[in-house]
Design a protein around this ligand. Sequence first.
Ligand SMILES: [Zn+2]
Length: 397
Amino acid sequence: MTALGLMGIGLLATCDPQLGRGPLGLVDNAALVVDRGLIVYAGPAAGAPRDTDGWRDLDGRCVLPGFVDSHTHLIFAGDRVDEFSLRMAGRPYRPGGILDTVAATRAASRSDLAGRARRLVDQALRSGTTTVEIKTGYGLTPAHEAAHLEIARALTREVTFLGAHLVPPEFAADRSGYLRLLTDTMIPAAATAGSARWCDVFCEAGAFDVHESRAVLDAASRHGLGLRVHANQLGPGGGVALACEMGAASADHCTHLTPADVDELAGSNTVATLLPISDFCTRQPYPDGRALLAAGVTIALASNCNPGSSYSTSLPLALALAVRECGLTIDQAILAATRGGAAALQRPDVGRLSPGSRADAIILDAPDPAHLVYRLGAPLVSAVLKDGAWAWKGPLS
Ligand SMILES: [Zn+2]
């Protein structure tokens, strides 16, 4: 006997081309059966196993995999709406605003930070995100970062140590001292406690240069952490090349790429993660997703939710921007937000609805996943299944 069956699926987007037609692996008149948190059947209703405990009729709705948001900064206090308003009035984006959030976050209680992060994860879930990566990076002391890693760990297994977000003000005159603290104390602690899976570095003018970033990634690698890099967001630089050289799972932003950067990405296993909501909110140019795909690069689409440059958990918004501004087709954007995110987190168990994968799915109040982009801004997510259970039921209930 199986736990739950979904029938009456007008269109199932498995995101597994072996299971259906086109790149999204589409199946008409489909059924989905889950057991113990995993997909056991995804295909035509006529072929579904009959010994299922309970069936839920979806009345022709469309179903697709839950989104995999591989880049967020959810452990923070305060907001930067004033900075945003000024930027919208024409002031250019500068990464230094991060320090305002560092001050607010250091002053916040642990329960306040945990509550805020929980609410953002819930908000993300309601727009279809079932797997979320969470970075630290607004504590920047050993004690704060350790506490923030624990808060993140309670919310996801995809926890990233981002002590190399910015040099904190107390080390402004001693950058090398902070780097030593990172490589000799904070990174080993993040790895030893088992709370972080990943280590990230903000490799950008005004944050950490390539030489400093390499030292951070080197230490992280030696301590068994997977690598991620904030690269080429505000201008061309060595971040993408460094990510590829170091075997990082992902180079994130990729807004300003040279042809050599694109070649490096294409010849590596590093995923290029596009974060178009931050380009929108900082009035930056957008990355050329179409060129990256044409070169054979694997791309992911993520929210970069943070209080400075992208205060949104909405992957449907990221999809719309990726199609409108990064040159992706709708299918390519949906794949980037599902399988691409899974590739960026090296999680083959999510981002698709295939037998054996996690039963994380979005039930859409629309007949086709393309409506996510077509009906920009409309709340189309009816319900969300996570690990085979109803994690959120909106209009479906
Ligand atoms: Zn970021």
